[in-house]
Design a protein around this ligand. Sequence first.
Ligand code: SAH
Ligand code: SF4
Length: 398
Amino acid sequence: MPDMSMQNELLSLSNHELTDLVRRLGHPAYRGRQVADAIFRQRRDSLAGVSNLPLALKSQIAHEGLSVGLPRIEQQFRSADGTVRYLMALADGQSVETVWMPEGDFGEAGDGSEAGQEELEQLDSTCKPKRTDKKMPGLKGSSASPTQVRSIARSRATVCVSSQVGCAVNCQFCLTALLGVKRNLTAGEIVGQVLGVLRDHAVNLERERMNIVFMGMGEPFLNYDNFIKAVRLLVEEVGFPESRMTVSTSGIVPRIFDFGQEPIRPKLAISLNAPNDTIREPLMPITRKWNIEALLDAARQFPLRPRELLTFEYVLLDGVNDAREHALEAARRVRGIRCKVNLIAFNPGPGVNYTMPFQDRVLEFQTVLADAGIPTFIRRPRGRDIYAACGQLKRTVS
Ligand code: SAH
Ligand code: SF4
């Protein structure tokens, strides 16, 4: 796909590249570090107010056509559960969505990381959220009232970022797919979403622990270079630990191999979503290119770190892939892989013709996998009321 993005934002440049830039403009190297500090640590949206930089340098940078490139928050929608969905405006008039979940959604639970451990502590021994009523709101067969808004536990907050404007993968259950793909995001636009949200919530990264999931709009592994550069910038310039980041792919097999070789990388989640090709292909046409066996082969060869678990995501669609035999078959398929499974109950939306699974089917599915020895968690739907949950990001504004 042609890269229509402009790459003229400072947020796409590392400290090293910023240093090269200021030197080329005739300034001492330490000015590069000052620019990096202003944009990545102080989260400035413009260099104008940065008093320790010389005016000459600021106007030379502007003259080069470079600006900070922090996306502008065009609109925000707040859910009853505290989730905020942001519509972020990009320099060329396109927009993407970024989501802030104050308490996470149990996506990292039990994945071997510190973030996963913190989420585990919020779950009871059956891997279900600790709560007074055990019903899962929003699922068929549940009479529970909507999740109560609790005090904001910021140490577990998660930012969900987009990697492309739209998505080309065309999964039939996903609202983002309806947009098609408009373009890739630059590294700076990916980093900028995180900084924009951290800025809006005045997060102090030295005191507060946060997670990032690359699970918003788009397929990160179809924008691999910009995605991985964004990861490096977040780790090296923003100061975000890689162990607190997770990327999800629909199964772009060659990139899974590349990703395994990266010296700095988030944890890996793979959207499995079906136990066999017959069910998966109509749901995820990408299966024709890389079938489940090719995908699981890449998963088997993936070089996990000590204690790390690979995550398989599985969207449960009523009457399609949520039967007991599907759970048994899925358990057989992933046997031998050091993994956990995250079950996601289908989040509905206009233009997508599936329905939410029944609560007892979701629980049975979890039990079958757990009985096969696979740690299995149910992702909490976050921000469904404002179209912020998994698969619902399609720039809805009303
Ligand atoms: N493109 C990547 C990451 C973004 S989607 C991927 O597909 O993996 C993040 C997760 O949301 C994926 O596991 C996807 O299968 C799931 N998802 C998509 N649409 C959904 C929907 N309508 N309801 C629930 N989950 C959905
Ligand atoms: Fe793209 Fe992921 Fe949606 Fe599939 S589920 S269309 S890969 S964003």
